[in-house]
Write a protein that binds this ligand. Structure first.
Ligand SMILES: N[C@@H](CCC(=O)N[C@@H](CS)C(=O)NCC(=O)O)C(=O)O
Length: 225
């Protein structure tokens, strides 16, 4: 059992990156504290004191004295994989640190996910899913049209990237695959169900991801989630 407390709203994408990572690592989290962002609990003083950014997820790892406080889902996932993952490079969720090309290809797609994919997918899913259903807001249709055009360009590049490799950073699963998953889930299931049509390599990657226990555990097996 780890000494980690994870502060999360398990229904939203950024914490879901970590829930997938934790499951893939087989890591036992001491405590998962739910912070309901639809009730703005992440803006309460006691949460802001722990994470002044007022967002989830963040962790407290009491392995250290003083405890390590860490924000940013991607940084936390990488930390967990480094600190608690397998030391065997082939089983780890990180690239082999002794292979400079593998590390470079990993860093490349880490950057693509953050700057190209997330920058469209995050806003599109917010506008079309969370804004109307959680915050009673109105979807900005014009904005979504532009976001969809940008997203299509990114997924075309991802489809090409996956032509001769199984996963985003090469032939093994790494944390960067998990970074894509929550928004891809909402796109494929709800917001943009035709996104994978005519993109066979991305589609095959998605089949690989959705057949994993970590995905099924978080999102269920049903196509209705
Ligand atoms: N870059 C941060 C983003 C964190 C973030 O924006 N989390 C969302 C949930 S997906 C949140 O807490 N939103 C509420 C808010 O920012 O007010 C990360 O990856 O952890």
């Amino acid at each position: 059992m780890s000494q980690i407390t994870l502060f999360a709203d398990s229904r939203v994408p950024c914490p879901q990156r970590l829930l997938l990572t934790v499951h893939e690592l087989g890591l036992q989290i001491k405590d998962i504290r739910e912070v309901d962002i639809s009730k703005f609990e992440h803006k309460r003083p006691e949460i802001l004191e722990l994470n002044p950014f007022g967002a989830v997820p963040f962790i407290r790892d009491e392995t250290y004295d003083p405890p390590l406080m860490l924000t940013e889902s991607r940084a936390i996932a990488r930390y967990l994989a480094q600190a608690y993952g397998s030391s065997d490079a082939s089983a780890s969720l990180l690239p082999d640190p002794t292979n400079v090309v593998a590390v470079a290809k990993f860093e490349e797609v880490v950057s693509i996910e953050l700057t190209s994919f997330d920058s469209c997918a995050n806003q599109l899913v917010f506008e079309e899913l969370f804004k109307p259903s959680w915050f009673n807001g109105e979807t900005d249709v014009e904005k979504c049209k532009l976001l969809r055009e940008s997203l299509v360009r990114v997924v075309d590049l991802l489809d090409k990237r996956l032509t001769d490799q199984q996963f985003m950073a090469g032939d093994k699963l790494t944390v960067v695959d998990l970074f894509f998953v929550p928004y891809m889930h909402h796109l494929v299931r709800t917001v943009y169900p035709t996104l994978l049509d005519s993109r066979p390599h991305l589609s095959a990657w998605w089949e690989r991801i959705t057949s994993r226990e970590s995905y099924k555990h978080l999102f269920g097996d049903s196509k209705e989630n």
